[in-house]
Ligand binder design. Structure first.
Ligand code: ADP
Ligand code: MG
Length: 237
């Protein structure tokens, strides 16, 4: 225990909550299946970043998480890698149409970056990733979603539009990520986020990442996460 807390100190990580999984030192410590390890090796990611060291074992254990870390700290892989494991663990992943993993991000640029990362890591499994955001054809996105996907990366407004059009259902969704939650609130997406969350079954796993935790984000986190662990990296938050 002392050794673990010393290791967290070296990483400059603070964690709060009960039954905190031990931080990992290497990707090999995650127990990832070999196709996923292969995809990580292809990225030339030598070892996990600070947030990944603590967030990966937490998320892989199935717990909800609040991750607070500044931009550039490697948060995307911290939620994408466990998402692939989560999806591959579903008994009937090859049947059904709606997404299992749902990721919300504030802007189309961010959604696109996450989409690319999700594509890379899901490639060995042939998972279908849909990117859903404004500024591009809604009809094309409608058709893509109708054809089915396992992962959707979306800005909240466009996702709501497509849900209203019945382009997809959330019945299969069990893994929800709210990325850059503070920026989504700054952009006025709180009602859309609440509506999306309300359409996903309560026994989902929920992950919330943010650079800062203003009161409104804190309040939402309290409402929609179950017994989350909070990981703060460095001096942010
Ligand atoms: P954040 O979401 O925290 O701003 P990103 O997930 O966008 O950060 O990652 C920032 C950069 O670091 C990206 O270029 C990503 O490919 C890279 N990266 C992520 N994890 C690792 C790692 N373990 N080793 C090396 N580079 C990494
Ligand atoms: Mg990010």
């Amino acid at each position: 225990d002392h050794e673990i807390s010393e290791y967290r100190k070296t990483l400059a990580i603070r964690v709060s909550g009960f039954d905190i999984p031990k931080p990992i030192k290497l990707f090999e410590d995650c127990g990832f299946p070999s196709p996923l390890m292969g995809a990580i090796a292809k990225q030339a990611y030598e070892k996990p970043t600070t947030i990944q060291c603590q967030a990966l074992p937490i998320v892989l254990s199935g717990r909800d998480i609040i991750g607070i870390a500044k931009t550039g700290s490697g948060k995307t892989a911290a939620f994408v890698l466990p998402m692939i494991v989560h999806i591959m663990d579903q008994p009937e992943v090859d049947k059904g149409q709606g997404p299992i993993g749902v990721i919300c991000a504030p802007t189309r640029e961010l959604a696109h970056q996450i989409y690319l990362e999700a594509k890379k890591f899901s490639k060995p499994y042939g998972l279908r990733v849909a990117a859903v955001y404004g500024g591009v054809s809604k009809l094309d996105q409608f058709r893509e979603l109708k054809a089915g996907c396992e992962i959707v990366v979306a800005t909240p407004g466009r996702l709501i539009d497509l849900l209203k059009m019945k382009a997809l259902t959330m019945t299969r969704a069990t893994y929800l990520v709210l990325d850059e939650a503070d920026r989504m609130f700054d952009l006025g997406f709180e009602p859309q986020i609440r509506s999306i969350v309300g359409q996903i079954r309560p026994d989902r796993q929920t992950l919330l990442f943010s650079a800062t935790m203003p009161y409104k984000v804190e309040r939402l986190a309290r409402e929609i996460l179950s017994d989350p662990l909070r990981v703060t990296v460095g001096e942010v938050g």
